[in-house]
Design a protein around this ligand. Structure first.
Ligand code: HEM
Length: 533
């Protein structure tokens, strides 16, 4: 090698070292390596990523900046990630400077083939129009009634028979699988008025559900690769990109048949209360637009409530005092509306008024979502340079990740018992009313203009399922089953949730209720224990 070349290489390396040292010294958080940035730490902790992010945030007072690509030109823009769980920053990003923090081009490109420009995958006016149209629907009673009907069907005609059989035969069930199927069926019913019955005896394969799962999985894979790599694979139609195209084609075909049929049915005067039909009645939209409306709602509402319920059942069964209080509340509410005979409590699904009165159950579900939010991390793109309320400077073109998982676990926000499962923190001092926390501290449903549209429906659905199940069965984690988090955009349980199912004796419950009513002070607050999984 010529001396001049050697000198140039050495000079470049020296310049890189100086540049990198300055970059690294300006970043707080996990260690940053030359070229690969903080990726080694991410890979090393990939099995416990959310815990690792929380540890980093605790160590840096709620915000840090890191770099996933330490190369000049990229490091301060695409490569720079600001990670935060500080409620002031969340309010700034999600509400006060909403327009400066869209979902951004990466998210849009990754999901475009599956979701088009639907509500979950758009920004600006495209998003706003759909949000306004859909928000009107979500405020009517029609969707609530529809959700109640779909969830009631799935619970009583399909979930309970499966649990009954498991209890009779002393076999275990994977509760996560059952709940994922149930909520998929529910959201399809709600979105386009047809229950695909993926939850049924024998747990059948369903071509539409499989295609949808594959398409989602293949879209998520795109996050792993630089955009030009997956675009090239798409052009070649190989690997997951080929799977994505096939799956999207299947989903398109299934939904376009439903849309065509529904147009004719509505013309014939038939009445439907699902989202698709309600959008169709509102205006003249293209089939492709309607298809994307449906798909975006399915993606938004399919797994979130089932994974929340999985963590809820695990927490409740490992905190018997909480389980006892949920049951006592159910017995008290049903005792009042249906009398003291427990068989009347099971005779028909719970009415809206009964569900609304289950405040302790709502507190237990919210406490679950605080510790195990269904969407553990979320991210926004930075349009223009900005300074966050805690003083952190964010560059245009970089991204802000807000850790919903960490936001629920900060001592500075939730107090010294922040890691304990304590539903009481959601109740008024007399224990009679549910008291919501500030939406930028409890961000499980997102906050600001893009707050989850399905929040109330999700509570209705989760309360209906939890009540129906706990009234009839005692669930316990099967011996030897390990409850672990899966590292994904949704907080699934990695190994599912294998449970033993036993029948519950409600006579004892009714007796206990009578005793409690005579001496109310025996309802002791559930003892709090820190949780780990
Ligand atoms: C426990 C259950 C649920 C949780 C924890 C949850 C959480 C969330 C979160 C975190 C977001 C923001 C996602 C993002 O923008 O990146 C969101 C958005 C959304 N959710 Fe939910 N969700 C739940 C259930 C549902 C259900 C059942 C539905 C539909 C019936 C639904 C419909 C939506 C929609 C349409 C959006 C997009 C809102 C927008 O971008 O304007 N969600 N949800």
């Amino acid at each position: 090698m010529e001396v001049a070349t050697v000198l140039v290489v050495v000079a470049c390396m020296a310049a890189y070292v100086v540049w990198f040292t300055r970059l690294a010294s300006g970043l707080r958080g996990p260690r940053v390596w030359p070229v690969v940035g903080s990726l080694p730490g991410l890979i090393q902790h990939s099995e416990r990523m959310h815990e690792w992010i929380s540890d980093n945030l605790r160590g840096t007072g709620g915000t840090y900046q890191t770099c996933i690509c330490a190369l000049p030109g990229l490091a301060r823009r695409q490569g720079l990630v600001t990670v935060t769980c500080d409620p002031r920053n969340l309010e700034h990003v999600l509400k006060n400077r909403f327009d400066n923090y869209p979902k951004g081009p990466t998210w849009h490109a990754v999901f475009l083939d599956l979701l088009g420009d639907g509500i979950f995958n758009s920004d600006g006016d495209t998003w706003l129009f759909q949000r306004k149209t859909a928000a009107l629907e979500f405020t009517t009673r029609t969707l609530r009634t529809a959700m109640s009907r779909w969830v009631g069907h799935s619970i009583h005609l399909r979930l309970l028979p499966i649990l009954k059989e498991s209890s009779a035969k002393s076999t275990t069930v994977d509760l996560q699988d059952l709940l994922l199927r149930l909520t998929f069926d529910n959201i399809c019913g709600l979105a386009f008025g047809k229950d695909p019955e993926t939850l049924a005896q024998g747990l059948p394969e369903n071509a539409f559900a499989t295609a949808f799962d594959r398409a989602t999985e293949a879209s998520l894979r795109r996050f792993i690769f630089p955009e030009f790599v997956w675009r090239f694979k798409k052009w070649l139609q190989v690997g997951m990109e080929a799977t994505l195209s096939r799956s999207v084609a299947h989903v398109d075909c299934y939904l376009s048949a439903i849309i065509k049929a529904r147009k004719l049915e509505l013309r014939d005067g038939r009445n439907y209360d699902d989202l698709l039909s309600r959008f169709m009645k509102k205006g003249t939209y293209t089939d492709s637009f309607l298809q994307h409306v449906v798909l975006n709602f399915i993606l938004a509402g399919r797994d979130t409530s089932s994974v929340a319920l999985c963590w809820f059942f695990w927490l409740v069964t490992t905190h018997p005092a909480v389980e006892q209080r949920i049951l006592l509340e159910l017995a008290a509410v049903l005792g009042e509306s249906r009398g003291s005979d427990p068989s009347a409590w099971l005779a028909s699904p719970l009415e809206f008024e009964e569900i609304d009165r289950l405040v302790y159950l709502k507190a237990a579900l919210s406490e679950t979502l605080r510790l195990y939010p269904s969407v553990p991390e979320d991210s926004k793109y930075v349009m223009a340079d900005d300074v966050l309320p805690d003083g952190t400077f964010v560059h245009a073109g970089s991204s802000v990740t807000y850790s919903i998982y960490s936001a629920g676990r900060m001592e500075s926000v939730w107090g010294h018992d922040c890691l304990e499962y304590r539903p009481d923190r959601w109740l008024s001092p007399d224990g009679k009313r549910f008291e919501p926390h500030d939406s930028f501290k409890f961000v499980a449903f997102n906050a600001g203009p893009r707050v989850c549209l399905g929040k109330d429906l999700a509570y209705l659905q989760m309360k209906s399922i939890a009540a129906a199940l706990l009234l009839r069965h005692r669930l316990r984690v099967a011996p030897g089953h390990r409850v672990e988090q899966k590292m994904s955009l949704t907080l699934f349980m990695k190994n599912g949730l294998r449970m033993d199912v036993q029948d519950r004796d409600l006579t004892a419950m009714a007796d206990e209720l009578r005793a409690t009513q005579q001496a109310p002070e025996v309802v002791a607050p559930a003892k709090a224990v820190a949780v780990t999984a």
